[in-house]
Design a protein around this ligand. Sequence first.
Ligand SMILES: [Zn+2]
Ligand SMILES: [Zn+2]
Length: 214
Amino acid sequence: MVHRTRRAVLAASILASIILTVWVGSNLARFVTDGWWLAVLIALPLGVATIDVLSGVVHWACDRFGDAATPVLGPLLIRAFREHHVDPRQMVEHDWVETNGEPCFFSALALAVLALLAPSVQSGLGAAAVAVVWTMAAVGSWSNQVHKWAHMSRAPRLARFLQRAGLALRPDEHACHHRAPHDSGYCISTGWMNPLLDRIGLWSWLERSLRRTP
Ligand SMILES: [Zn+2]
Ligand SMILES: [Zn+2]
């Protein structure tokens, strides 16, 4: 019963995320016709980069701190990330609802707030803020799907097109994270930010800084 209720909530979250993405997206079209096209144009790649960094931060934190027994976050997040290192291809067996339900749940919440705020936006700055969060939610909804594609030996044609175009995480790029000690390539939404964040050593710097914190 608990399992069926969970599945129903996850499936509803996916549907809500899709509907709200289109709904709030129509407001973005209004922003463009209202003359704030430059704000929207800048906000879109900024939103993609921001959700990619956010996916990296969550992944890094779950890989490096706590364990499956950590209260709340252990069973909710950490266990799945750790098990993914042991058996990377297990996620390929997950169906559409299991793969995408949880990210869509959180994205749908953010999109619901945007749906309330977007119609009253009256400035370019407001339009840019809505466009950034909309892009984060729209891309974030499918982070697990994109990650799953990167592990499939034969991904769908659309996935391979997006990977080649640099719009989805590439398997060769993600493979570096699956080599011990799993300390690079944490970003899994699009992977755009991995080269920069790995090169500047953000993750090791964050860990050193946190260890120094009393
Ligand atoms: Zn990992
Ligand atoms: Zn992976």
